[in-house]
Each structure stands twice: as structure tokens, then as C-alpha cells.
Design a protein around this ligand. Sequence first.
Ligand code: DLL
Length: 423
Amino acid sequence: MSRAALEQLQLLRLQQTVERVQQKVPCYQEKFARAQIKPGDIQSLDDLRRLPFTTKEDLRQNYPYGMFAVPMRDVVRIHSSSGTTGKPTVVGYTRNDIRMWTQMVARFMTAAGVDINDIVHITFGYGLFTGAFGLHYGGEEIGSSVIPISSGNTDKQIMIMQDYRSTALVCTPSYALTIADRMEQKGISPKSLALKYGLFGGEPWSDEMRREIEQRLGLLATDNYGLSEVMGPGIAGECQFQQGMHLFEDHFIPEIIDPDTEEVLPPGAVGELVLSSISKEAFPILRYRTRDITRLDYTPCACGRTHVRMMKTMGRSDDMLIIKGVNVFPTQIEEVLFQAEGCEPHYQLIVDREGSMDTLEIQVEVNECIFFDEMRKQREFVDQLQKKIMSVLGVGAKVKLVEPSSITRHEGKAQRVIDRRKR
Ligand code: DLL
């Protein structure tokens, strides 16, 4: 679709959504009244920025069903966010919403290479989390054979992948590495598997981590993005050119804002992603502050798809650590670690405070040869890493080498940061 045609469609769908929430959702009625805005005021896409933001707090206050724009008899599915603090946020889908979601997921899976001949192995947990059901329906829509193995038991995952000849692995990037580690421990070669594609999402990961996974599992790894509040997976996904995730603009309008001033930033700027859904029925959401920090690239993609590309996120603005006043994203550290020979791709950041000074300790697993090597070599290795981190972050960190497999593995999203200052 050309951009002009796309924008026309977006405006029409935005106007319909604004009208619907004004009629059906008290939270938006109040927000619009406070901002002195009426649905008729939305005459162009630029008028979007006149609408108030929606935040996680709004969803919490309307827990569980207060933001729904349809009666419960029209809701056919309920999911919720994976939030670890407070009440989860609840999202609902009508039959049409499920169809639309399925289409979006089928789109990015197709862009990643999956087709009717593939055997899709889904290791996300089937439950309230949107990951498993989202990918499952998309895979079936394409006509691939979906294995709903769900999460847990890495040995069994590997056995099923070998025996059932799985060709596409669906999980978080950190779990892909856990699988690679386990295979290595058991002396299983990736060549004994039939994997061709890895569709990874649900958490931030660097390009260095991508190369590592690709090499160790012998597959093409693509990134896909989504969040439960807005739909789940399928908001954006990479094509085989791996140059950022096509964001499905016929159903979502993205904006990038400065998270502090809330000002909308020009195309290409780095900032917080804000999303408006423009075709959802049960749970439409306008200008949702995702807290994810990224950049949008409007230049054409080699694949020919015209939707804007969302670059890998640096993380969430609420994951950003402020250490001695310097902003640090865990993914920046990850890039340095992955470039160093001898580091295993498992790490954890421990942030603490001594007196009034912040401290950052990076615990990183190293492979056996470094671990058992001479002390002098270990010290040199640590020194080099510390210097590199200092030059990349602009703030010092203590690097601590830890034994292989000593950092806790997660089947879903990895926990990279332990911030003891919050005690
Ligand atoms: O993680 C939905 C999902 C499932 C996406 C499976 C992809 C695959 P939530 O649990 O609500 O939903 O978490 C959403 O996870 O705001 C981001 O901070 C992060 N996130 C999701 N995908 C990516 C990604 C699902 N590809 C939150 N890169 C989002 C970076 C991601 N962060």
C-alpha cells in the first residue's frame, strides 16, 4: 500500500476508534472532556497528538474490565500482561479481534520465512501470557504444523525438536540460548535438528546475541515485538532482511515521544514508542505509552514491504538504569560482553549503593578455558572488559567472572537486573 493510501485508511480507522471509545469507555470520556476534545476534532492524522495518552496506571484503575468497549457477551478471549508488580492488566478480544490478531501474526511469521511446510515449535507458556496463543493461531493460519509444547523441560523440548523435525523455533531469545547451552552440554549437534528459523521476541536482545544464536542453532533468527496491553505479539516483526521490524500500520499508529517532555519527536529520532490501535473492537487503546525506547525507520526495505520499521528496542525506559547519573541500558552492556571471546552469553547486572555512590557489578559466565586458566590471564581479561565497558557506558563497572551455568536460567523472559538500591 502506498503511504498516501495507508494514511487515508489510518485516518478513517482512527476517527472510528475515537468515536467508539467516546461512546463506550468512561475512562476516555473523562480524558476527552478534560482535554476539551471531541471526536469531530480529529480531522487529520496530525490531530492524533491532541488526544491524551493512555498509561498502565489507567489500565490498573479500570481493572479488570473497565476499558472494554463491548459487552462481555461479545468477548471471546481474555489475556493479561506479564507484569510482576501489582495487579495484572486484563485485555479482551472479540471474534474479529482474534481474526485480526491471527492475521498480524501470520504476516510476520510469513515475512520471517515460515510457510505451509514448516513445523512450528512453540515454547511459550500457554496461559494468560499472549505469546503462545498469538503465535499458535498465526502458525495455523499460514497452514504450518504447530507443536504447542508450551514451556519447561528443556531436554524434552530438544527431544521433540529432533523427533518431530521442528523447523521453526518460537521462544524468547534468552531461552533459545538456554536450549543451545543444553544441547552443547549433551553433545547434540544443531545439525541433528531440522531448524531453519527462529522467531524470537518478548524481551530486548542485541544483534550480537542474534549472531550467537544463529551460529549455535544453525537458523535464521528474526525479531518480533508486541505487548499485551495493545494486542500481544504481532504488532511488528522482521522480514528475512533483519533490518528492523515492520510495524503493521494499517492496525496501529506509532509515534515516538520524548518520555520526559511528552513531545512528539520527528521521524528517525530515538524515544519512547506510543501506540494507538485503530481496528480493535473489545479493547481499543489510544496513544498507549509503551515505555519501550526505539526509533522508526521510514526508508524503503529491500523486501518491498511498505510499513515502517521499528528498530530493536534498547529496552524499556523503566529498565533504564541511572548509575552515578549516567543512563545505562542492559543491552549496551550485552553488546560488549558478546563481542568478548570467552564470555558465555549469560549475564546479570547487580546495582547497589555504597554510601551515596551507586555501584554496578556485571556478573558474566565465562567458558571453562578462561575459568581454569592462570590468574594473570583472568585478571587481564577482566581489565579489558572493564575498560571497554567504561568507554561504551561512560561509567565504571566491576566485572565478576562466574562459572558456567551459575546464573539462573528462565524459560520465558530473562531477568538481567537486580537493583538492590530499591530495598
Ligand atoms: O511479551 C508479547 C510478546 C510475546 C511479544 C511473544 C513477542 C513474542 P508482554 O508480556 O505484555 O507481552 O510484554 C511486553 O515486552 O513492552 C517490551 O518491553 C518487551 N518486548 C516484547 N517483545 C520485544 C522485542 C509480550 N522483540 C513487553 N524486543 C514490551 C524488545 C520486547 N522488547
